[in-house]
Design a protein around this ligand. Sequence first.
Ligand code: MN
Length: 442
Amino acid sequence: MTGRSGGLNETHDPALRSWVMSANAVDCDFPIQNLPFAMYRRSGAGTPFRCGVAIGDQVLDMTSAVACGVFGGAAQTPALATTGTSLNALMALDAAAWSALRRALSGALRVDAPAQSTLQACLVPQAAVEYALPARIGDYTDFYTSIHHAANVGRLFRPDHPLLPNYKWIPIGYHGRASTIAVSGAAFPRPQGQIMDAGNDVPALVPTRRLDFELEVGIFIGTGNAPGQPIAMDEAEQHVFGLCLLNDWSARDIQAWEYQPLGPFLAKNFATTISPWVVTLEALAPYRQPFTRAPDAPTPLPYLDSAANRGGGALDLQLQVLLQTAGMRAQQQMPVALAQTSYRHAYWTMAQMVTHHTVNGCSLQPGDLFGSGTLSGPTPAQAGALIELTQGGRQPVMLPNGETRAYLEDGDRVTMRGWCEKPGAARIGFGECVGTVLPARL
Ligand code: MN
């Protein structure tokens, strides 16, 4: 297991049941073993967003729960940190505090808990709420940790040498933009940009014709580090608060023209959508897996290697991306799955991202967000972006209603889902990350 947050304890017991009956349904994303955090309010209320914990189909309002006095001892400080206007104060604490709060929540929400009669009044149905971003995100960094994605995309541009020579040595990333990150449910206009069409020698300013999604995991940084102070591998996961789903929308034609020599810019920063619920690293402990690489892959440099990372640095988080076109919505047809994969196929782990990001002394702050990079698995059906699924747009995807998609059209709605399940552990889910493409604003 990786670090102290990686251990299993009573909160992971698959036999635990909650007095919130909906949490005990077999396919529920939010059983008592999950306990993710979000910022929410009653839909349309216009009141400030508050911290809530998901339990079954309900939200436990933390401000009310704290006022009821159910959090004492080591849970008191982290519980108080949830009563502000974002999760940053909670994230700024440490793994021991997050763990104490999880233990207290687990105790208060389980069957026969004395707190039941008090906390019953602190529940709000999820169906009646809307969400904000969970944190004030100071900085957003997008990585490129799926070797399958890197190779699939690289092959389209460089059939002879799809992977660049640095890939197996450095967790590649770029600094993204926090101002356009939105919570699930967001709609955004198709971006315009400079596009250089093949055969032309002058670019045009036009709406993108190659709008894509990227299936990613979002990683929220908790405890920060001081400038100049690198975070070593053995401490790295102590700085991770939790994970969400992330859609890093991309305009491939804008990207192709602008990305050299400094990397992605306007093709990436017009919209990023994340799921509202942040699943803590501790909740994911049963789903850690050994981090393995092909025998011919180089051993990482010592600063990116650790026994704990080799033993349990990977995470078996199932990820799925679904599409519902405007036409499908009009016919009341359900979204159709385009791909499914697991986070465990990533080439670089969360710990390696944190350590590499800080090796030069760069400081991370509570609420900073990492994107994992598009997560594609080893097979074509596990590709996390349309550019891979359609071979650069050359082989459009056929939808059940007869429509085809090379890239996203106006009105398309992309949904991402994530969950963990295996025998002997409680299934936990991430909920949904949904975003809709609107016509270009011209
Ligand atoms: Mn990305």
